[in-house]
Design a protein around this ligand. Structure first.
Ligand code: ZN
Length: 244
């Protein structure tokens, strides 16, 4: 079997498509792992933020309770003073102070209550976030090990495919190889397409009937006038596919 240039190009493309598939498969997982990592970091900082807010509410609640207690002590001692007053004016002044202290106690206890319920509300949120964190961690671990094993497997395949590709590429003239690469980049990786039922296998535009025959016989490169891809005879493509 005569190894013609187009046949070699088509073989080259078979390897390039396989390499592209490997890249695509692998290309998905690093993105997923990156994304999960980002979500994890966001969740961790959210948890940290909620925890700090909770701590703030706890501290404020404790302070309010302490304030209420000291106001209570103050009210108690004022009440004792009432027994020792000498006139109405003094009595009124102390009573006023007691009322103020008692109003303060009510206010401080109310504040403590508010901080308490806010803290409980946030605690529920925190628990939910922590649960989410566990789920995320598990998924990340799974995906990371998946990526690791895929990379490992692909490493071997990639090396093998690149080796085979090089062997073929070495037999193709440099300018032809350049043309192939240019078309490949422009046409989503498919530079060489077989003629199928009288039409270009890339863009499905009909090609001259004698072209398939011509492509079977000589080594000339024919480009599809419509899409610019290199055409290969249907039969030669089938032979290459059988081997690959
Ligand atoms: Zn075409």
């Amino acid at each position: 079997m005569l190894e013609n240039k187009i046949r070699l190009l088509y073989m080259l493309q078979t390897f390039d498509l396989k390499l592209m598939d490997l890249e695509e498969e692998k290309g998905d997982l690093p993105g997923i792992v990156r994304n999960l990592n980002r979500q994890l970091q966001e969740l961790l900082s959210r948890i940290d933020e909620i925890q700090r807010t909770i701590d703030g509410h706890i501290a404020t609640r404790e302070q309010s309770t302490l304030d209420a207690e000291s106001l209570n002590d103050r009210a108690e001692s004022l009440k004792k003073q009432l027994y020792e007053v000498r006139n109405n004016k003094e009595y009124d002044a102390i009573t006023k102070e007691i009322n103020q202290a008692e109003a303060g106690i009510t206010r401080k206890l109310q504040e403590a209550d508010e901080h308490d319920s806010k803290q409980k509300e946030l605690q529920t949120q925190l628990d939910e976030h922590k649960q989410k964190l566990e789920t995320l961690k598990t998924e990340l671990t799974e995906r990371q090990s998946e990526l690791q094993s895929v990379s490992k497997v692909h490493e071997k395949d990639e090396l093998q495919l690149n080796h085979e590709r090089e062997k073929i590429a070495r037999q193709i003239p440099g300018d032809t190889l350049l043309m192939y690469d240019r078309i490949r980049v422009a046409k989503d990786g498919k530079a060489v397409v077989p003629i199928k039922r009288g039409a270009c296998g890339g863009c499905y535009k009909t090609v001259p009937p004698q072209l398939n025959l011509l492509l079977r016989k000589n080594d000339e490169i024919h480009i599809c006038e419509n899409c610019g891809r290199i055409l290969i005879a249907e039969e030669i493509a089938a032979e290459v596919n059988k081997v690959a």
